[in-house]
Every structure is written in C-alpha cells, then in structure tokens.
Design a protein around this ligand. Structure first.
Ligand code: KIV
Ligand code: ZN
Length: 519
C-alpha cells in the first residue's frame, strides 16, 4: 500500500495575492484574512513584504503578534535592510519564517540586476545567512527559476541550502512553464543537488498560460513538498495557483497523488467569499470548486443522472468544499441565535454588538424578501464589519430619468446631525448624476474606475450588490453597497468609497499609501 505524503500549503494571498491590481487590503482586513487562513488550516501564511511600505510592515507585524496556528512569513530581497525589516515585523510570531528571494535567470541577471552568476550566488548566500541569524525557518526563492539554466539553478539551490535555507521555492514567475517542464526541474533538483534532503522543495506557479494548478501538481508528482498558492488564485497579472483547486485536486485524486494537506475543505467556500468581498475581486461563476455554478447541473440528462446516483455527474460533494446543503436558511421568524450560527458557518467571527446590528437588518430584509439565503446574510455582514467610519450616510433620493433626457437627482445625505440635499440635473445617465451629487455634497472628487452591479441571489426580489472602485490622488478606494433597490445600493457603494477617501485623509495619507509592493 502506498503511504501519503503531507504537502504544506503556503498561502500568499496577503503578499502575491495583494499584488493583483486593485486588491490592496487595509490592516484590519489583512488580519481578518489571516485568521480565516488559520481556520482553513494552511501551514504557512505569507503576510506581506515588510520593506515595501509602512502599511505592509504594520500588517505583517500585526499578524505576527496576534495570529497563532500557522507559520507567519515575510518576504525580503537579499539585502540587509530588507531582511532586518522583515525580522523586525516577524519577531513577535511564535513560528516565523523569512522568505528571501533573488532572480537567477539570464534575462533578469543581464537586464534587471546587471550581475553575473558568481555575484548572484554570493548575494543569495549572504542573504540566507543573515536571515538565518534571526530565525531557523528560512525560505529561499530563485526568482524566474523556470527560465534559469538548470546547471546554474542547481548550484544556487545547493549554495542556499548550505547557507541555511530550509525551504527552496522554485517560482515559475512569469507563468512560462508547462507541467512537463516544471515537473522536470523539480525532479532534476531532487536528483542533482547533493544536500537537497536538508530542505523542502516548494513550487510557486503563476497562471499566465492558465497552467498554474497543473504545474503545481506536476511539481508535487516530482517531489515538491510545499505548494505556494492564493485564495481564488488572485495575484500578480493572471494570478497564482488557486489554493482551492490544487487542494481539491490532491484530495479528489488521492489515488494518483498519494498526498494530503491539512486544509479543512469545508472552509474553502467561506474563505473564498471573504477574500472576494474584501478585495472586491469577484469569483467567476464557472470557477472550479468555489464558483457559483461549480455544482449546478443544467442539462436534463445530468439532472436525471444526479437524482438516480449523485456520482454519475459529481466527483466532489458541494458540502465538502463548504457549500451549504440547502442554501435557503432563514426567514422572518428565525431568531438571533440561528443567525449567529449561520454567520459562524459562513466564516464570520461577529461581536455581540455586530450580531445585534446584523440581526436588526436581517429582520428588515426578511420583511422585504420571503427567502433569505446565505449570500444575503454574507452581504449584510460584510456591510456591517468593514470598518470604514461612515462619515456620510444616504438619507434618501429622488430620481427623474427618461431615455434621451438629462436625468435629475435630488440626493439627501447625513453627516452626524447635519442633513444636506443636492439636486443635480446633469450627467451621462442616472448613476452618473447620482455620483456627481455625492461629489458635490462631500466635496470629494474621484474618478470612477469600475462599477459593478450583481444580484446577491436569484429571484426578482433579490438584493443588488454594487461594488465601485474609484481613484483619488493616485490611490484606489473600493466601495460596496447592498439593497433590494439597486439605485440605493449604487449610492451607498459610491458613498462608501468616498467615506474611505475621507477616512484616509483623516489618518494621514502617508501612513497608508502603498509604495510599490511589486517584486
Ligand atoms: O513570482 C515570484 O517569483 C515571486 C517570488 C517573490 C517568490 O513571487
Ligand atoms: Zn509570485
């Protein structure tokens, strides 16, 4: 009988994932994701790149000081300042890892670093040694490894292990690898690097060709013991290997991979929703494992087969990845305890006060809508827990719009006891008029970069969830609104983004502004 190997799951949602355009998170949001990752059962959380910005540093430190149950990792280049800063952020963690990286491919050596091979080895060794002076758990990544000459890659990896690296991560930085290629590189390292038994081989694949999951699985087949991945596959450009896909592939095809992870798979959907709500990056409907349609059977033949025997058309059970057996959960007679249970199952840790507020809103919603689904509840909770000081709130609106005519909006908002109304007859459609009214009242001008409306659930009485992304003074802010009235949801979302601009201005722009976290 073949025994199973344990594969470590290294989650980099908070570092590489945050490098997705528009995905930046504030410190409170990062802490919430980190806790969710612990609940999910990941082995290592890459919490950020401490030298990249004061905000990144504080987030890594906050997670290191407060989150237990996983190794907390921080990224650093090989120079002393990066490594010292990473350790300063990580030192409070009961289990800390410093992740040191340096590019090794000919293209990067010649054009980016202007260093020869010997210099690369010297710097890699110096960086790993310095990091090892701080802690025992050191990861080294030869960036762009998949495009590095194999002989040289073997030399760098051997030198890094000799210098004290305990994990050697092999990034396919630009998503150029194919399964055969990535698998071959991992196998060659296992066969040719004499001290490889002193380190865990890791894989870190980007999805430029849509191969990140396949490449990571090929790495496992050829000896990798750690997979670097992100929730929903978010990350630089086309993203990283998707955690939920790679984990479910290992689990569903254990007969082939003979490998297990510690992931509590029932937490995959709640964690996916959380990250999607926080980052504003929606999960495509047909996304494997966590997409809304991942377990929807449309064809009559399939439905018939399912009714006769589920396994005719299903290789996984929806409840095993965290979809509720029945999505219809509560109605207007449900109590606060039932709502609290549901919130917990969805992955939220609510305080007593938050639960009470959400319960009050739930009662209002249940009056408007006969059936309240998980997604409705998640939307209400998200509205409550995102800690943006609501400087301005919507009090009401009147909208006159007719095709071919300039719309008129009279919008009333509140700030404390102050009530302000603005009437605007302008704009390229009613939403534009609405947003102009908000800008005039608040005095905050923004450029709207993205505006999305989608229904939280099915049915005519479904709630509309609106997300907007706006730019102000070079920084991007997201806003979100939920209501059964889509115009009101749009006004809430836009105002929510404006409130974030105001909050940031009050905190002092410098502390929060992210200064180039890209690597
Ligand atoms: O893609 C990459 O090469 C990286 C490294 C920093 C590991 O993200
Ligand atoms: Zn990467």
């Amino acid at each position: 009988m073949t025994t199973s190997r344990h594969i470590r799951i290294f989650d980099t949602t908070l570092r590489d994932g945050e490098q997705s355009p528009g995905a930046s998170m504030n410190i409170a949001e990062k802490m919430e994701v980190a806790q969710a990752l612990v609940d999910l059962g990941v082995d290592i959380i890459e919490a950020g790149f401490p030298i990249a910005s004061p905000g990144d540093f504080e987030a890594v430190r906050g997670i290191a000081d407060n989150i237990t149950g996983a190794v907390i990792c921080g990224l650093a280049r090989t120079n002393d300042d990066d490594i010292d800063r990473a350790w300063e952020a990580l030192r409070g963690a009961p289990q800390a890892r410093i992740h040191v990286f340096l590019a090794t491919s000919a293209i990067h050596r010649e054009f980016k670093l202007k260093m020869d091979k010997e210099e690369i080895i010297r710097r890699a060794v110096a960086g790993v040694r310095r990091a090892r002076g701080y802690c025992e758990d050191i990861e080294f990544s030869p960036e762009d490894a998949s495009r590095t000459e194999l002989d040289f890659l073997c030399r760098v990896v051997e030198a890094a292990i000799d210098a004290g690296a305990t994990t050697v991560n092999i990034p396919d930085t630009v998503g150029y690898g194919t399964p055969a290629h990535v698998g071959g590189v991992i196998r060659a390292l296992g066969d040719r690097v004499p001290n490889i038994d002193r380190a865990v081989i890791s894989t870190h694949c980007h999805d430029d060709l849509g191969l990140a999951v396949a490449n990571s699985l090929a790495a496992v087949e050829n000896g990798a013991g750690q997979i670097e991945c992100t929730i929903n596959g978010i990350g630089e450009r086309a993203g990283n290997c998707s955690l939920e896909e790679v984990v479910m592939a290992l689990r569903t095809r254990q007969d082939h991979y003979h490998a297990t992870t510690k992931i509590v798979t029932q937490r995959l959907v709640p964690t996916s929703r959380l990250v999607s709500n926080i980052t504003g990056i929606q999960v495509q409907r047909n996304k494997a494992i966590v997409g809304r349609n991942a377990f929807a059977h449309e064809a009559g033949i399939h439905q018939d087969g399912m009714l006769k025997e589920r396994t005719t058309y299903e290789i996984m059970r929806p409840e095993d990845v965290g979809f509720a057996k029945t999505d219809l959960v509560l109605g207007k007679h449900s109590g606060r305890a039932a709502l609290g249970d549901r919130a917990k199952a969805l992955g939220y840790h609510l305080t007593h006060e938050q639960l009470q507020t959400v319960f009050d809103q739930f009662k209002v919603l249940a009056d408007k809508k006969k059936e309240v689904y998980d997604a409705d509840i998640a939307a209400l909770i998200e509205q409550e827990i995102r800690d943006v000081p609501e400087t301005w709130t919507i009090a009401g609106y009147r909208l006159v719009a007719e095709s071919g005519q300039v719309p008129t909006v009279a919008l009333t908002v509140k700030r404390g006891d102050e009530v302000l109304t603005e009437e605007v007859t302008a704009g390229d459609g009613p939403f534009d008029a609405l947003f102009r009214a908000i800008e005039r009242i608040t005095g905050v001008e923004v450029v709207c970069k993205d505006f999305n409306v989608h229904s939280v659930t099915i049915g005519k009485d479904a709630q509309a969830e609106v997300t907007v992304e706006v730019e102000h003074a070079g920084a991007v802010f997201r806003g979100r609104g939920v209501s059964t009235d889509s115009v009101e949801a749009s006004a809430q979302a836009f105002l929510n983004a404006v409130n974030r601009v105001v909050a940031q201005a009050e905190r002092g722009a410098a502390a929060e502004a992210k200064v180039g976290g890209n690597v």
